[in-house]
Design a protein around this ligand. Structure first.
Ligand SMILES: [Zn+2]
Length: 232
């Protein structure tokens, strides 16, 4: 028997940042997963995420963003059912809510983006984080919401930018856009027709497709209009 999966989330406590840690209630989360996916599939997804994207948390999506605590606006996580990570209130998932992962991509270097780097660093969108460290220099952490559609795994995982990403100068409006592979509602177009494979996991989609999408879209925003024409 493997150790239970835990997740953690930072929260501000006065002047300090403290981390709340909980054991992931996969049974509760599994009730929101697609009818074609079983407990073993969710466990595999969660184990891979714990290894490769350890700061990402399981939550719920409603429409184009996360569904948040009705009391305080905190993130909802699977801790003894569905619960607010900030105030601890237990919540029922609203109708139409989908199981989702929320977290940030690995750093995207900003220093190659010219004048756009200054504009992003001066005013990062909500939940986006700008930092600096050797050897990559200034970087942006792009938050994403990856949600499992009701027909998962027959239908592909959907990975979306948060609304604030579209406030970055040069990023096209949040609407279907073939040139930059967007489907609307922030969702990335990551698969050509017939390209999705039901065995693909969230970890694989993030590593192999979503990260490249974010890099290309930021390059597009910086003026490289052929960013998506280059095969990566
Ligand atoms: Zn709350």
């Amino acid at each position: 028997m493997d150790a239970p999966l835990t997740q953690q989330f930072p929260r501000r406590d006065g002047e300090r940042i403290v981390h709340r840690t909980w054991t992931v209630d996969l049974a509760a989360a599994g009730k929101l997963l697609g009818r074609g996916a079983d407990a073993a599939r969710l466990l595999r997804e969660a184990r891979e995420m714990a290894q490769h994207f350890p700061r990402w948390v399981l939550t719920i999506a409603l429409g184009r963003d996360r569904a948040l605590c009705r009391r305080c606006g905190g993130l909802l996580v699977f801790d003894r059912g569905l619960r607010c990570v900030e105030c601890g209130a237990a919540m029922a998932a609203p109708r139409g809510a989908l199981l989702a992962w929320f977290g940030v991509l690995p750093p995207v270097g900003l220093d190659g983006l010219g004048a756009l780097a200054e504009r992003i660093a001066a005013r990062p969108p909500p939940f986006h984080i700008v930092g600096e460290r050797a050897p990559i220099g200034r970087y942006l952490l792009v938050p994403l919401l990856a949600h499992y559609p009701a027909a998962f795994p027959e239908r592909e995982l959907r990975v979306a930018y948060l609304p604030g990403f579209f406030s970055i100068p040069g990023v096209p409006a949040d609407a279907p856009n073939h040139q930059v592979h967007l489907l609307g509602s922030g969702v990335m177009c990551l698969f050509a027709p017939g390209e999705w494979q039901p065995a693909l996991s969230c970890r694989e989609v993030l590593q192999q497709r979503a990260y490249a999408h974010a890099i290309k879209l930021l390059n597009f925003a910086a003026g490289r209009k052929r960013a998506f024409a280059i095969v990566s």
